[in-house]
Design a protein around this ligand. Structure first.
Ligand SMILES: Cc1ncc(COP(=O)(O)O)c(C=O)c1O
Length: 489
């Protein structure tokens, strides 16, 4: 079955007729060309998705050429309610019409007050009671920096514990915590970060996998911290993700998380949980820490909390509030529109049970994809929590390792991403070697859209992997083959 990217008049997507034609398509090509020539070599998503979106609604994005796509990237997990949700638009319009100042540094406003109330109401009570919030520069990475500085101030220590596969952002401190060597290597220094093994069952750092691998990780961490010759100076904090997103959608077992909480608490090490990507219902709970019940010392929040506009905060237990005034200041800390959109989003997710919905739909998608893995050996593992789902692509012809994992297949992954785009599906890659397809659809995804995503994804993987492992190398469904390549499969 071959599904081309939907033409503007396609049946399933509720986007109004675009009113664009060949001329618009040509101008889109010019826009893409100008962007390529004028923007930096560090452009990212624009490379993977050479489209010029002109309209978006819910899960659907419409390009200037009139093609429509189901968006499983959702602003890297930012769009909990999809694009331009009516509740979000209404909150923004209401704020604009009210005449409220749009920029006020960190002065007190009704919008900030309301957002803070909505945020604290959404957090686990055991954490929220008596917690403090600091509004940061409007990116996740700044809130990670703030959390680390906060704990450095509180403990008088400088280093940090972070995990293999971690992603915490691109500014100096966050980058030091991040695991990806490729983005760190060209830069001098790396901060005082001790790298610990994250429980990644499929590619287990201990070569055993499963619960046994996670238990070894916990034992290793505990013993390392207690080893007087282990080389670890008492750190300012441990920083972790409950589900590693950019690291390849790797969920940590609840028992392991509880072990990290116990180990850090027993040794007076503050635990910072980075919920930038996992927050606001994404993993099937409002906040991912709720699955294990751990109560961190600080939580870093961004992406979905701004209801699609930029907003980032760190929330922490008040005993750590040792900052002096201005200790983490900045010009853009608390954007009025983002706070209005964010409050509306937090309340809508809670009132409509969207975390439960994410758990239910995500569970069904994972089940279907696992069944598909039985038919398509290029799918090494399907994993995830809620609507944060990863499909790890491997070379089916290669020998599996001791844990049964085959080598990553990054070139195949690129072909699958392209085949998805040709079928009207936006899916980005991540993980080791960029070989994991990452599904981050909006929590509002309908059953019909979930079925369409599965159809298109299954078709794309089958088309792109046809012949791989059967002695034909990497020829099938090659880059740029689009629907023609897919049709041949
Ligand atoms: C877990 C996590 N932390 C921090 C960040 C950095 O956020 P930002 O890109 O807004 O700086 C990201 C971004 O993807 C993330 O996934």
């Amino acid at each position: 079955m071959t599904l081309a990217a939907e033409p503007a008049t396609g049946p399933t997507v509720p986007v109004p007729a675009p009113g664009v034609g060949t001329a618009a398509g040509a101008s889109a090509t010019a826009v893409l060309r100008r962007q390529r020539l004028r923007e930096s070599a560090a452009r990212t998503y624009a490379r993977s998705f050479p489209i010029v979106p002109v309209r978006a609604n819910g899960m659907t994005v419409e390009g200037a050429d009139g093609r429509r796509y189901l968006d499983c990237l959702s602003g890297a997990g930012t769009l909990a309610l999809g694009h331009n949700h009516p509740v979000v638009l209404a909150a923004i319009r209401r704020t604009l019409d009210s005449g409220a100042p749009l920029h006020l540094l960190d002065l007190a406003t009704a919008e900030k007050d309301d957002f803070t109330t909505a945020l604290f109401e959404s957090l686990p009570p055991a954490f929220a009671d008596g917690a403090r919030v600091h509004f940061c520069g409007p990116a996740g990475t700044d809130a990670v920096e703030a959390a680390l500085k906060l704990m450095q101030t509180a403990t008088g220590r400088s280093g940090a514990l972070a995990f293999t596969g971690a992603y915490h952002g691109m500014t100096a401190g966050s980058l030091a915590l991040t695991g990806n060597v490729a983005v760190k290597e060209p830069l001098p220094g790396g901060g005082e970060v001790v790298r610990l093994p994250y429980p990644y069952g499929y590619r287990c750092p201990f070569g055993v996998g499963g619960d046994a691998g996670a238990e070894l990780s916990a034992t290793y961490v505990e013993r390392l911290l207690d080893d007087p010759s282990g080389g670890v100076v008492p750190p300012a904090a441990m920083v972790l993700e409950v589900v590693q997103g950019e690291g390849g959608v790797v969920p940590a077992p609840d028992d392991w998380l509880r072990a990290m909480r116990r180990i850090t608490a027993e040794r007076g090490i503050p635990l910072i949980v980075d919920e930038v990507q996992t927050g606001v219902g994404r993993t099937g709970a409002m906040w991912a820490v709720e699955h294990s019940g751990i109560v961190p010392d600080a939580m870093v929040l961004s992406k979905a909390i701004g209801g699609s506009l930029p907003l980032a905060v760190v929330v922490y237990r008040e005993e750590y509030d040792g900052w002096r005034p201005g200790a983490h200041t900045g010009t853009f800390r608390g954007n009025t529109l983002a706070m209005a959109a964010g409050a509306a989003t937090l309340r809508y997710v809670a009132a409509n049970g969207l975390a439960e919905r994410a758990s239910e739909v995500g569970g069904r998608i994972v089940e279907r994809l696992r069944a598909l893995a039985g038919e398509l050996p290029a799918i090494g593992e399907v994993r995830g929590r809620g609507l944060m789902i990863g499909v790890e692509l491997v070379d089916p012809a290669a020998e599996p390792d001791a844990c049964g994992a085959r080598p990553a297949a990054p070139e195949l992954a690129v072909r699958v991403r392209e085949a998805c785009l040709a079928r009207g599906l936006i899916v980005e890659l991540g993980g080791r070697h960029d070989a994991v397809l990452r599904l981050l659809p909006p929590l509002t995804m309908t059953d019909e859209q979930a079925a369409a995503v599965l159809d298109r994804l299954a078709d794309a993987v089958a088309a792109a992997s046809a012949g791989v492992g059967a002695g034909t190398g990497t020829a099938a469904g090659s880059a740029g083959a689009g629907t023609a390549g897919a049709g041949a499969a």
